[in-house]
Design a protein around this ligand. Structure first.
Ligand code: NDP
Length: 283
């Protein structure tokens, strides 16, 4: 029998990238499905992205994830960009087909998948998003596409917050407003979904967003994006108030599962991916 040693290459471009967990979930999925694919974590410095994209084309990579600082710049090197990714102005997943590069953003889709899998209604609901960075933007656009009525963006800097609400009001069906995060923020009574889309709780487990947790009622669905912990302090406080919660580990796995499906055309083994992620973070 002829032996085949060549593997199809995939990976992630970013800087810093050495602790990016995508390799853990994607390689676990490829191995579980017996696919001859190798996922690489590749440092690409600012200024080198175009060369790296040319390289992936030359080496016939099946796909690439894109992380900081390249998510916005990469759009100009792609042949086709999905509409929602174009609205966000950021791509995190590329796939190559017939010599063409296609760009998608799976971050917000992974978030919405969490809610849909949990049978959480989105249509005509009100969401509050803490933060206005890249992930907040991806989540807000996908919530808007999924039929949310109103999005309140709460951010410590007015400029980023106003930029996100402007984008939502201009390019999506949702109605958005900005609130300056100046001291302890009280959650409005009509809130259905609350999202921590900041990085608070990622490095320091003892930190949580500065909100009035007493203002949370049990009907609010509370979500965190922090990808390395199941139970952040933010989610622990929400659980104490009786809220349903969704963690960022599952969101990370979901966005990786969508990428897996774009690359392979197969359904992703999400349980295998979550188990691998938990093992790598010792959760
Ligand atoms: P950005 O740096 O683009 O945005 C971070 C946001 O958090 C900004 O709005 C920033 O405000 C805000 N922020 C940071 N510190 C504070 C603070 N102390 N008080 C109030 N607001 C604060 O990062 P990303 O959006 O790319 O990532 C955010 C988090 O999401 C990270 O922890 C990342 O690991 C995680 N992530 C999770 C994924 C998942 O699938 N679960 C996928 C990708 C990322 P400002 O800009 O105004 O300073």
């Amino acid at each position: 029998m002829k032996r085949v040693y060549q593997k199809q290459l995939l990976g992630v471009f970013g800087d810093p990238v050495d602790d990016n967990p995508s390799v853990v979930i994607e390689q676990a999925a490829f191995d579980a499905e017996n696919l001859p694919m190798q996922y690489l974590t590749i440092q690409v410095k600012k200024g080198d992205l175009q060369k790296a994209i040319d390289g992936m084309k030359a080496m016939n990579f099946l796909g690439i994830n894109i992380t900081m600082p390249h998510k916005m710049e990469v759009l100009k090197y792609l042949d086709v960009v999905a509409e929602d990714a174009r609205v966000m102005g950021a791509v995190n997943t590329i796939y190559q087909r017939n010599g063409k590069l296609y760009g998608e953003n799976t971050d917000g889709k992974g978030f919405v998948m969490n809610l849909k899998n949990g049978n959480i209604p989105i249509i005509n609901k009100n969401a509050v998003i803490l933060g206005a960075g890249g992930v907040a933007r991806a989540i807000a656009v996908e919530l808007a596409n999924a039929g949310i009525r109103k999005i309140t963006v709460v951010n410590i800097f007015e400029e980023q917050g106003e930029a996100l609400t402007g984008l939502l009001n201009h390019s999506t069906p949702a109605c958005a407003e900005f609130e300056l995060w100046n001291g302890t923020y009280s959650i409005p009574e009509n809130t259905d979904i609350l999202v921590n889309a900041t990085s608070i709780g990622f490095v320091k487990e003892t930190e949580k967003p500065d909100i009035n947790y007493e203002s949370l009622n049990a009907n609010v669905v509370v979500c965190d994006v922090i990808p390395n912990k199941e139970n952040t302090l933010f989610l622990a406080e929400a659980k104490k108030k009786g809220c349903r919660t969704f963690h960022g580990m599952q969101m990370l796995v979901n966005q990786g599962a969508i990428a897996f499906e774009l690359w392979t055309g197969r359904k992703a083994p999400v349980e295998v991916m979550l188990k691998a992620l938990k093992e790598s973070y010792k959760v």
